[in-house]
Ligand binder design. Sequence first.
Ligand code: ZN
Length: 424
Amino acid sequence: MHEPSERAPRETIDAWQLGALRDQLALLLEHNAFYREKLEAAGVRDAATVTDVRELPFTTKRELCDDQTAHPPYGSALTFPLDRYVRVHQTSGTTGSPLRWLDTPESWAWFTAGWRRIYEAAGVGPEDRVFFAFSFGLFIGFWSAFDAARELGAMAIPGGGMTSRQRLRAIIDHRATVVCGTPTYALRLAEVAREEGIDLAASSVRVTIQAGEPGAGLPATRARIERAWGATCFDHAGATEVGPWGFECTEQAGQHLNEAGFVFEVIDPETDERADEGELVVTNLGRVGSPVIRYRTGDRVRLAAAPCPCGRTFARLDGGVIGRIDDALTIRGVSIFPSAIEAIVRAEPAIDEFAIDVHRRGALDELCVRIEAPTAPDTAAVAARVEAAIRDALALRVDVDVAAPGTLPRYELKARRVTDHRPA
Ligand SMILES: [Zn+2]
């Protein structure tokens, strides 16, 4: 059976997914020690009898980390002998110890096919020149995007081992039309461009693709990136151990889920029941050498109810990733995602950078937002507006302090803007 098109009827997509899932499970039961044990413990002994992904056990990051500790360095969740694998990457380690991940030529081809889909949906083609504002190391990030650009026939321009100034220079000198990076770094480059007197909006860049953080899914952050770069901004989500699962079409109406590469579920993380908003659970189809089955991503998402105006039938999220479930802050009994605060802060054009601190004073939680707004004529007025907007939108009283220009941390990859100082 051929992989379904992005506009295939639901029954076609479901039937194809079940077939691909069974093929994969048959291989795992035979060759993959980690999954054979998990599947057999869950009573799955014959792939052909599986009728629904929900018959399979969940996989957690903890399990995978423990498996790699028990079977160093790559663990036992591998379907083939080690000499079949040609790529190695590891997670950034922002949430716990780094996880190492291997790919065979076939699974890497599956990975880059996921990225070609991202490019095509964003209208990126062979005539484009794609610059990667990224330090190419063990983190998987844009390695797959780089290979996929080449496969697409576009020019792939690596931006590793450069300062921000050198990257800006390269973008302009090579007349890049597409820039890939994290939303935090897209804004950082815009800030450096301003300091250097470079008019980014006048550059040849027409598209930016942002990954690694929720930012580009937030309207205020997206608008700011688009204004600074004079380019259309697309949001993308994926993970080292999972693959590139989300892509945005030119309607920019939230991320579509790549249902030709994955089976998706959204569950209530407390009850494990299906939900419209909750944790994204992912089973990949095609990364057979190092798959994940019903993987608890820890990403909070909300399914869009209406079909996308683009006509794609692949499911779609309302916005992108709302946040990491573990990153939700409980302030005086109320659960708040840092992205909700970012959405408000980024609506103030003069704010270059911000940080969030949580303290406990006596019995009371206190949330403090620090902002840098060097170009604002009246920073106190900016702070007062942010304070009022957070109070109105989130019913939360916060302190907003003005930090001296250049004193808050800047980031090239994922930002860590939240510090919780409360005792555990
Ligand atoms: Zn669409």
